[in-house]
Design a protein around this ligand. Sequence first.
Ligand SMILES: Nc1nc2c(ncn2[C@@H]2O[C@H](COP(=O)(O)OP(=O)(O)OP(=O)(O)O)[C@@H](O)[C@H]2O)c(=O)[nH]1
Ligand SMILES: [Mg+2]
Length: 216
Amino acid sequence: MAYKVDHEYDYLFKIVLIGDSGVGKSNILSRFTRNEFCLESKSTIGVEFATRTLQVEGKTVKAQIWDTAGQERYRAITSAYYRGAVGALLVYDITKRQTFDNVLRWLRELRDHADSNIVIMMAGNKSDLNHLRAVSQGDAESLAENEALSFLETSALEAFNIEKAFQTILLDIYHIIRKKALSTQEAASTTGLPQGTTINVSNRSENGNKRACCST
Ligand SMILES: Nc1nc2c(ncn2[C@@H]2O[C@H](COP(=O)(O)OP(=O)(O)OP(=O)(O)O)[C@@H](O)[C@H]2O)c(=O)[nH]1
Ligand SMILES: [Mg+2]
């Protein structure tokens, strides 16, 4: 019987979803991984994750996306949630100002618990509710610029920019990893050069002993 190895991907990237309760994290996840949306979804309890494999610049990338409750009392042990994460989608609800104001709090949490090189995308979700908008695109853009984050408005309901948000995160992560791999290669090829050998040549001339040092 043929044995199928489970390594059908080139890279596995862990991405965490964060943001206040009710902003739409779980629906963003279900839209991206199963193309599903639920208008009456319940608050997440504990931690869930789902995966989707996709192509990024010709490489097969498996995105493992973790979702937890925005509500403090249901939050999983934070450090375990962030461990190994290389990307984060920080979500707020464009109709709820408070969820946007809390973005800075979530950024602090990322800084405290996640890797400092983590790629962060901020998503203003529920863009379909433009008539109830409480956060302008301009405000979000300036925050994103100040904090050096990528930013998109999304709608899990209308499947708007969900694909793009994850694609952008994955591409950014991939570029960082490639750059790191290249600089490691470069460092290896510099330090990996054959070490110079010192050859001491005694030249008994009339001037006494002379020493020539060669290194390759
Ligand atoms: N109109 C609209 N409603 C949305 C959208 N995304 C999510 N919702 C609704 O918002 C509510 C909360 O969505 P969830 O995905 O459960 O929110 P969450 O961020 O996972 O919440 P917690 O698990 O409590 O942290 C649900 O009623 C969803 O149907 C969207 O893009 N547009
Ligand atoms: Mg949830």
